[in-house]
Design a protein around this ligand. Structure first.
Ligand code: SF4
Length: 137
């Protein structure tokens, strides 16, 4: 086998590895999307079915605590993986980007966690993830 042939073989293996890595992330995203769609069928709120329904950890309803939307109880491992792979955080570090001004955000009542068309589970209006996309003006 020539050096060129070996180089091409290594390149092919790298591409295959990258393909499987991306497929795993897409699979996790698809799993989240299925949950979103099933929520739509039931006329439920965005954020998924009962297991993936947005819920606050604390605050709201006169509790006086700060709103927290990090409780992933009831989410499937694949859904949690989507949150993690998209680097969801409850508090954005980007002054001009947060969930409330993202086109994918599904708002909830004041003081409650919303949902997201892409990220399963409870979503803070001041949160952020790497799938952020500007809401049309
Ligand atoms: Fe969903 Fe991410 Fe947009 Fe927040 S920033 S609404 S988590 S896509």
């Amino acid at each position: 086998m020539s050096i060129n042939e070996r180089d091409q073989q290594v390149e092919g293996q790298l591409n295959r590895r990258e393909f499987f890595k991306r497929a795993a992330v897409l699979g996790a995203l698809a799993a989240g999307g299925v949950t979103m769609l099933s929520a739509c069928d039931k006329g439920g709120e965005a954020g998924g079915d009962k297991a993936a329904a947005p819920k606050a950890n604390a605050g709201g309803g006169g509790g006086g605590g700060e709103l927290s939307c990090t409780d992933t109880t009831g989410l499937e491992p694949a859904q949690i993986s989507v949150r993690e792979s998209l680097n969801y955080v409850d508090k954005t570090e980007k002054p001009d980007q947060d969930c409330a001004n993202c086109v994918l955000y599904k708002p909830a009542a004041e003081g409650e966690c919303g949902g997201c068309a892409t990220v399963p589970g409870p979503i803070h209006p001041k949160g952020w993830c790497s799938a952020w996309a500007a809401k049309p003006a």
